[in-house]
Unconditional design. Structure first.
Length: 364
């Protein structure tokens, strides 16, 4: 009799556990459906104006495309922050659209969706994905992901480094290579994303990569671009050393920098604003990842795009995505406040659109 009574209690306990699990699943489903339409937070988007292509109607994101119904871990790549990830990304999109509506920042947040922008957007037709390239935020790895998805290589490990940025061989078409109607269709229907980083830290990374280390052996940065900046912006003409960060900052903060940009061509993509690169107020992006939280954002993006079962984002070395405040302050320590303020004035749109704080050394 005691054994039967114990079994009865065990069955009651098991039934209670199943009931709790069932209620949790119902609550999760409700929360997921609440997050399903990211466009509900935004203002009406400005119409896309394609210079070099025809005018395109207002872009709308189809309901349910960008927010999968389930946000559950599918492998060890996901961290414990997965449950709060949908809310984080919804808040980013809401902030973006609020800033896009701010008329006082219009000149810093809006741009024409020109061929320059369309050249930055890579296409994966097989899985209906558009990726806008913003250099110095880990884009090489995202290119590798798309190269595998497009079928040029079967795994990320097989892709030679010299192929990743060779757009004749890597199998990654640019959005600009399509007809007007095909561009419009992809902008309306595809999953779209890009990655951002603290704007000033990104500029430091660009300076070091192109003018100090230059690991890809691109001589035009040191032998053509650097001399052009030095001739225009170096105060002490007797100095013979190579391009200094102070020269670089003075060039970037000059309101008349564009006359040099035209001479430098597309090489400027490594330091122009995110606004100029990806037109975030004109194109309705599905997700905006942050370099500082890439360990969480990368698997989330793969999940949201519906490709997490096909490919993984390459392993991120420990500490590489952490914002280095000391480094940023050190690089700007010898720069005049006037030049820093002019630089910030140019990149203010990027700071505000993506939630980055104005640097402390500007407030002192």
């Amino acid at each position: 009799w005691l054994t039967s009574d114990n079994m009865h209690h065990q069955w009651l306990l098991l039934a209670a556990c199943f009931w709790v699990i069932f209620m949790f699943m119902v609550a999760s489903k409700f929360i997921t459906l609440t997050f399903k339409d990211p466009d509900g937070y935004g203002a009406k988007q400005e119409p896309l104006i394609l210079t070099a292509v025809t005018k395109v109607e207002e872009v709308h994101v189809p309901e349910g495309k960008h927010w999968p119904e389930e946000f559950q871990p599918t492998g060890k790549a996901f961290s414990g922050n997965l449950i709060r990830q949908p809310l984080v990304h919804m808040e980013r999109l809401e902030l973006l659209r609020n800033v896009c509506r701010d008329t006082t920042l219009r000149d810093l947040s809006h741009t024409t969706v020109s061929k320059f922008v369309l050249d930055r957007i890579f296409v994966c037709d097989k899985h209906k994905i558009l990726f806008c390239q913003t250099p110095k935020v880990g884009n090489t790895q995202w290119k590798k992901v798309l190269i595998v998805l497009n079928g040029a290589f079967s795994s990320i490990e097989e892709i030679p480094e010299n192929i990743v940025h060779d757009h004749e061989k890597n199998g990654l078409p640019r959005l600009s290579s399509f007809s007007d109607s095909e561009i419009k269709k992809r902008l309306n229907l595809y999953f779209k994303f890009f990655i951002v980083r603290d704007p000033f830290e990104r500029l430091i990374s660009a300076f070091k990569d192109k003018f100090v280390h230059n690991p890809r052996f691109e001589p035009w940065y040191r032998h053509e671009i650097a001399p052009g900046i030095i001739r225009k912006y170096r105060k002490n003409r007797t100095e013979t050393k190579g391009l200094q960060f102070e020269d670089f900052v003075r060039y970037l903060g000059d309101p008349n920098h564009r006359w040099l940009d035209v001479q430098f061509g597309d090489h400027i993509i490594h330091w122009v604003t995110y606004v100029e690169l990806c037109a975030p107020c004109e194109i309705t992006y599905s997700v905006i990842g942050h370099h500082e939280t890439l360990e969480d954002d990368a698997p989330y993006i793969l999940k949201a795009a519906g490709i997490d079962h096909l490919v993984s984002y390459p392993t991120i070395p420990p500490g590489i995505t952490v914002y280095n405040r000391t480094k940023v302050e050190r690089y700007f320590s010898g720069i005049s406040k006037r030049d820093i303020r002019r630089l910030y004035a140019r990149f203010e749109g990027d700071f505000k659109l993506f939630g980055y704080r104005e640097p402390d050394f500007l407030l002192n």
